[in-house]
Every structure is written in C-alpha cells, then in structure tokens.
Design a protein around this ligand. Structure first.
Ligand code: AMP
Ligand code: ZN
Ligand code: FE
Ligand code: FE
Length: 282
C-alpha cells in the first residue's frame, strides 16, 4: 500500500492540474492520494472526475496558520465536510489576505528596483487558484530575473528576506477546531522544517493536542533524522498519529510523488477519526 497524504495541484502552487495529479499517482502505483492545496478546495472536483479503480482520494486542504508569536504553521485538514460554512469562510479570508500581502511584497521589490507587477504575477496563476510566493517566483522566471523557483526563494523570497511579508491567518488551535467542527482530521504539516523559518516549540504541541490535533507529518523531506525522532517522541507523549508524505508540487519543487508515505495502520486510524467515511473511490 502506497499512501501519500499531502500534494498540491495548480489550484494552488503545484503545476499539475488535479486530474493530471490523479493520473500520475495512478501511474506511480499509489493506492491513496490526498489533494491538499493551500487554503482551498477548488481542485476537489477535478480530482474526483479523474478517479479510476485502483486509487482512492482523500480530499483536503493545507490551511495556513500563524501562532501568536508570528510563527507560520501549515495544518492539513483532511476528510472534512465541504458544506461546513465556517471552514470555507476561514479559507476564503486567508485567500483574500494573500492578495494584499502579495501587493505589499511587490511594492517592496519595486522600491528596491526589481521590476515586477501584480498583473505579471496573476498571469502565472491558474483560474481560481490560491495565490502564493511561488507564483511571484514564476513571474520572476518569466522576466529572467531568476532561473527557477528554488533560486527565487534562495535569493529573494525566503522567510528572512527583506521582501518577506507574512499573510494574516488564524492560529493553529483555531484552525484545528474548525477542521474538527467540519468533521475532518487535523495533521500538522512539516512542523520542524526549519529551512522555512522559525518553527513551533515543542510546548505548543500540548496546546494543539488539547485543541484536537490528530496527527503529525513526521516523514517529510524537510525533516532531518533527528527531527523525525523528536517528533516520534511528541507523538507518543500526546497520543498522535504519524504520517508521511511527499508535499508534491509538480515541477514546482523537487519533491517526488510518494517519496515519503503513511503506514496503512496510521491511515486507518486517521480515517476513523473523521465523523463520516469520506474517502472517495471511483
Ligand atoms: P506562501 O504560501 O505564499 O507563503 O509560499 C509558500 C510556498 O512556497 C510553500 O507552499 C512552499 O511549497 C513554496 N516554497 C517554499 N520554498 C520553496 C522553494 N525553495 N522552491 C519552491 N517552492 C518553495
Ligand atoms: Zn506550496
Ligand atoms: Fe506546507
Ligand atoms: Fe504543502
């Protein structure tokens, strides 16, 4: 069984359409694939329509959060009820905040003499997709300012860059509660991925667990062996479920489909925590 619980399509900053993603997952021999675009469920229908026998779909979203100390946290919400208005509103608010934030990043770059416009960034975005820094990277590639998304992040877009501005988003505890209220399960994504900036303290796992956190993405390319070990101890301490996933972004990142996977028993335990059976099969 190959289970990959974290991937992106071009409904956010991945480069494959949701349908292409499902096709590639099938070709890879993946049994269960989750679609987790940033702050949106816009890709769900496209993924469902490409399902065939041999693969099941876990519908979700990677929801942006920020701790009161300003640390960025990504929370995977899986298997929630799409009809839940509060969760949809929460994601819509974050998508809106991302637009103003992008305008501010662009004006900082303009002030520093980098010529780039909002229109050029939006031209990189698929219809209805969540806007993010990777689209700014793509616009900079189109203008030959940089050669790749990697270079764009290394040189200009990383979290410690003078151009970096976070976008407003709710706290991890708030997001966990909303995911749970919508009947889904909450898994914190790459919690110790320190390449991206400051990461949550181990103490904050206690408050996230109290808010209803179900799982922790332990196996992820941005975690060192030591970080994975540390997370295993957090999991034992709070009775959480360990997942593994690729965080695939098509050709927008090096991550390959199913490069890390989730154990079937862990997946079954997660699925049992949703308030309904929502895994989609053809
Ligand atoms: P944002 O959501 O706008 O803050 O942008 C963060 C996104 O940028 C994350 O989803 C990452 O997958 C992506 N990202 C971060 N670092 C890199 C990198 N070095 N190359 C490509 N994408 C990256
Ligand atoms: Zn992303
Ligand atoms: Fe993430
Ligand atoms: Fe991701």
């Amino acid at each position: 069984m190959k289970i990959d619980l974290h991937t992106h399509s071009n409904s956010s900053d991945g480069t494959d359409s949701p349908g292409e993603l499902v096709n590639k997952a099938l070709a890879h021999g993946i049994d269960v694939i989750a679609l987790t675009d940033h702050d949106t469920i816009a890709g769900w229908d496209g993924a469902i329509s490409h399902l065939r026998s041999g693969i099941s779909l876990v519908l979700g979203s990677e929801i942006s959060c920020q701790t009161i100390d300003g640390i960025s946290v990504h929370m995977l919400g899986l298997l929630f009820d799409e009809a839940d208005e509060n969760l949809q509103q929460l994601m819509a608010q974050t998508r809106e905040n991302r637009v103003g934030r992008m305008e501010r990043i662009i004006s900082r770059m303009n002030e520093a003499g980098i010529e780039i416009s909002m229109a050029e960034v939006l031209a990189q975005l698929s219809q209805g997709a969540t806007l993010g820094r990777p689209h700014l990277a793509d616009a900079l590639i189109a203008k030959k300012v940089v050669k790749s998304r990697e270079e764009a992040f290394e040189e200009l877009l990383h979290n410690n860059s003078k151009y970096y501005i976070p976008h407003m988003s709710p706290t991890p505890e708030q997001v966990i509660k909303q995911i749970k209220a919508a009947g889904g399960v909450a898994v914190i994504a790459h919690p110790l991925a320190s390449l991206r900036g400051r990461t949550v303290s181990l103490e904050s796992f206690a408050s996230m667990a109290a808010a209803g956190l179900d799982g922790v993405e332990v196996s992820h390319r941005d975690h060192t062996p030591e970080q994975r070990e540390l997370l295993q101890s957090v999991i034992s301490e709070f009775g959480l479920i360990a997942t593994g996933s690729s965080d695939y972004h098509g050709n927008g990142k090096l991550n390959q489909l199913a490069e890390f996977t989730t154990e079937p028993v862990a997946f079954e335990a997660l699925e049992a925590k949703a308030n309904a059976r929502r895994v989609v099969k053809a």
